[in-house]
Design a binder for this molecule. Structure first.
Ligand code: C2G
Length: 131
């Protein structure tokens, strides 16, 4: 039986921390599905428009060797439907979300992976702005 892993994120200004979490997520199953946050959802979550549009972010994530399928994550509230509709056996999130998605452990295994230290989209934006 093939095992499907699902994960979610904005993946704006794609960096090696994003790559590592997706690589490690893919190792937990046979198929990796990624929900990429819509521009409108990001505005709601982080109060800013992403540097790269959702179309660009989807294209980047979809092109990765470890990713099998991408879709737009329109709403945080729809997470249970996304998990069930994609037949996910495992939900993976970075540990900045630790404990936040435990409610889905009735439909799939919930795993939090350690974030890659010292890199973030915000830090990259600030670094470039200071150059
Ligand atoms: N990440 C990581 N190491 C970093 C930075 C990010 O492992 N140094 C992981 C995050 O923990 C997350 C994924 O990369 O699992 C995507 O990060 P973001 O784009 O910041 O995702 P976020 O906006 O938190 O969206 O429904 C949940 C949200 O869509 C998650």
């Amino acid at each position: 039986m093939s095992r499907t892993v699902i994960t979610f994120g904005t993946f704006d200004v794609f960096h090696v921390g994003h790559l590592r979490v997706l690589e490690r997520a893919a190792e937990l199953g046979d198929r990796l599905v990624v929900g990429v946050s819509a521009d409108a959802l990001n505005m709601k979550k982080k109060g800013r428009v992403p540097v790269f549009s959702e179309k660009e972010r989807l294209a980047i994530v979809a092109a990765l060797r470890v990713v099998d399928e991408v879709f737009v994550e329109e709403s945080l509230e729809a997470k249970r439907d996304y998990i069930v509709d994609h037949g996910a056996d495992v939900l993976v999130m970075g540990d900045d979300w630790a404990g936040k998605f435990d409610e889905f452990s009735d439909v799939c295994k919930v795993v939090y992976l350690t974030r890659t230290p010292a890199i973030s989209t915000t830090a990259i934006i600030e670094h470039i702005a200071d150059m």
